[in-house]
Design a protein around this ligand. Structure first.
Ligand code: M6R
Length: 620
């Protein structure tokens, strides 16, 4: 969590950095700050949303062309101004010698803090981060060979830090340099084209924050320090060995990271789903045939798959298990990454780990990837951000092609994950000789219809979704029920409502509801029942009867022409029916995404930046 940005160039650094922070605020948004060098360090920091910092800078701009900035998701210490980054060195001659921004956790901060206090440093925050500028100042102004040299100083300090981090530091004595280092948290250097013999140099936790200034980027690996100057960037290991970090053209455009005609990123990303799925599907088909992904492994030899994922990606994995079991007859386990990483999983020949992650930076999933690799289990990543750490550490990557997902609630990445998993299962079935040419043609036809069905479902369900949101926006609890492929939809519908509308919500497998949770049902409880025409519809209708018999308010999600569902439900959210019922959950979730959005708006919640959350969970 937390976002880091840095800028050196001819433009006012504060103006560039505030836009960069805007693009990074999905990583944390409880407070923000920046430091700009101009003779000395000029600091601006504000608790609360980024607007508080932007207002402060409007009222009191900082004149300077080199600076670092940070948007925070609090770990150590509440989101007060004192705990905002950047943090400065403080105490006697150390005061103002260096400013630092940090993403990650310094595990040995307590020990370092005590040592630094003894050397005369004065601490002003409760953060773990503050030990970094203090440590840097004591080295920079000390008497070792690193003194006076910013890169040598950072290198010497890194040798003392334990934990995972990305850091950036500026020294007023070196007004056109940013020294940055990465150990476990992402960091990217960007550079513009040369204009009038000069370049703009940028630094950020993620690519969108480099736009529109940079046109090329280089990704830092763990254990690398970079010395950024207006003339370019020099990379080396923590121990001083030069590193060649190639710059590549940035493919993402500034348009892709703006809201366009929408008020929120969540609305934009929900609306983008037809084009996202069309792009993904075509990337995996050639004519009427499936193309086997280039994963560097023989899918025919895989007989056991472990999915690792968190949150929404975990819900996608639950359906991935159905797809692989049904189509390719492969044994699949679905593991929550934070659980997997602390077990001692059994590795056997033929096992494949598939890490599913929109961001590709989720700390628990990354730790699971590393654990699997340490056991010599092949790992592939199903990721949206192909420059991410998981994408780079996995042996093969299945990209989602969903474009930047910025709203904290995952929407387009979820339906892309489901579609990608369905295609992956079909490809595994084909590799194992379990998909006849006729079945392959039918499957390709079914999947190609999906983008159109997504579009019509979003359009046709909207008025009913609004009606249900008007009726139940004030309800303090909501239950979601589904069976088979719709059980993950129920979990995902509940997660969306919890995270952006702060409504207590639970998803259950409908057959399990009678084993306790049905006691919650009252005439006030909205129960959203996923009941499309699939093989478990009859069973689901019986479960709905059980809720109705106890006076629960039934909102059905199913086909518009389903008379039985209509008779049982107070209201029905209509969804299209795909050719293959395995694809139904991709359509059933759509009205629930819109429902969560409408309820959040009615409850006056910040849809894109719900409280207490961050888009990328890079701490465990
Ligand atoms: O980037 P990842 O897919 O690894 O993220 C996993 C979860 O943090 C994420 O899905 C989270 O649950 C979303 N906020 C859900 O909308």
């Amino acid at each position: 969590m937390c976002g880091i940005a840095g800028y050196i160039g001819p433009k006012p650094a504060d103006q560039v950095l505030i836009v960069a922070l805007e693009r990074l605020k999905y990583r944390g948004y409880d407070s923000a700050g920046m430091a700009v060098v101009n003779g000395e360090l000029h600091l601006r920091r504000a608790a609360g949303k980024l607007k508080m910092l932007a207002d402060q800078i409007d009222a009191s701009p900082v004149d300077g062309h080199c600076g670092i900035a940070h948007t925070r998701w609090a770990t150590h210490g509440p989101p007060t101004e004192a705990n905002c980054h950047p943090h400065l060195a403080n105490g006697g001659r150390f005061t103002g010698a260096v400013a630092v921004v940090h993403n990650g956790i310094i595990e040995n901060h307590d020990h370092l803090r005590r040592e630094l206090i003894e050397q005369g440093c004065i601490f002003q925050s409760e953060t773990d981060t503050e030990v970094i500028p203090q440590l840097l100042a004591t080295i920079y102004l000390g008497d070792s060979t690193a003194a006076g040299d910013p890169v040598a100083t950072v290198r010497a300090a890194l040798a003392r830090l334990e934990g995972s981090f990305a850091i950036a530091a500026i020294f007023p004595d070196h007004p056109d340099r940013i020294i940055a280092a990465r150990q476990g948290s992402p960091l990217i250097v960007g550079r513009s084209r040369i204009k009038d013999g000069r370049r703009e140099m940028l630094l950020a936790s993620d690519i969108p924050a480099l736009l529109p200034h940079a046109h090329e980027m280089a990704i830092l690996d763990d254990g690398v320090i970079v010395d950024i100057r207006s003339s370019g960037a020099v990379f080396g290991t923590f121990s001083g060995v030069p590193v060649d970090a190639p710059f590549k053209t940035i493919e993402v455009t500034a348009d892709a990271v703006s809201k366009g005609r929408f008020d929120t990123f969540m609305e934009k990303e929900i609306a983008e789903q037809p084009e996202v799925l069309a792009r993904l599907i075509e990337s995996r088909l050639r004519g009427e045939a499936l193309v086997e992904p280039d994963l560097g492994l023989d899918l025919a030899a895989v007989n056991h798959i472990v999915f690792l994922a968190c949150g929404t990606s975990w819900h996608a994995a639950l359906n991935g298990k159905r797809y692989l079991e049904t189509l390719a007859r492969v044994h699949v386990e679905v593991d929550i990454s934070s659980e997997y990483r602390y077990r001692n999983p059994v590795a056997s020949g033929g096992t494949l780990v598939v890490a599913i992650s929109q961001s590709g930076e989720t700390a628990d999933t990354l730790a699971g990837v590393r654990l699997a690799k340490a056991k010599f289990i092949p790992v592939i990543g199903l990721v949206n951000v192909v420059t991410s750490t998981i994408a780079r550490e996995a042996a093969g990557v299945m990209p989602l092609f969903a474009g930047p997902e910025i709203g904290v609630a995952s929407t387009k990445a979820y339906t892309a994950q489901l579609t990608a998993l369905y295609l992956f299962a079909a490809q595994a079935a084909k590799a194992k000789g379990l998909l006849s040419p006729e079945a392959e043609r039918k499957l390709v036809t079914a999947v190609r219809k999906l983008p159109g069905q997504v579009e019509s479902t979003l359009k046709n369900s909207e008025s009913a979704v609004i009606e249900v949101a008007d009726l139940f926006a004030a309800a303090s609890d909501t239950v979601f029920l589904g069976r088979g492929g719709e059980h993950p939809t129920a979990l995902e519908g509940a997660l969306k409502l919890k995270e952006i509308a702060y409504v207590h919500a639970s998803g259950y497998p409908a057959g399990e509801f009678k084993h306790g949770p049905i006691a919650q049902v009252t005439a006030k409880l909205p129960v959203i029942c996923l009941c499309p025409r699939d093989q478990l519809r009859e069973k689901m209708l019986s479960n709905i009867q059980e809720v109705k018999a106890r006076a629960g308010r039934i909102i059905g999600v199913g086909q518009a022409d389903d008379r039985e569902l209509r008779d049982l439900a107070d209201l029905v959210l209509p969804v299209a029916r795909p050719d293959d019922e395995l694809l139904q959950p991709i359509l059933s979730i759509l009205p629930l995404q819109r429902y969560a959005y409408h309820v959040a708006v009615r409850r006056k919640c910040d849809v894109d930046q719900p409280r207490n959350l961050a888009k990328s969970v890079t701490v465990e």
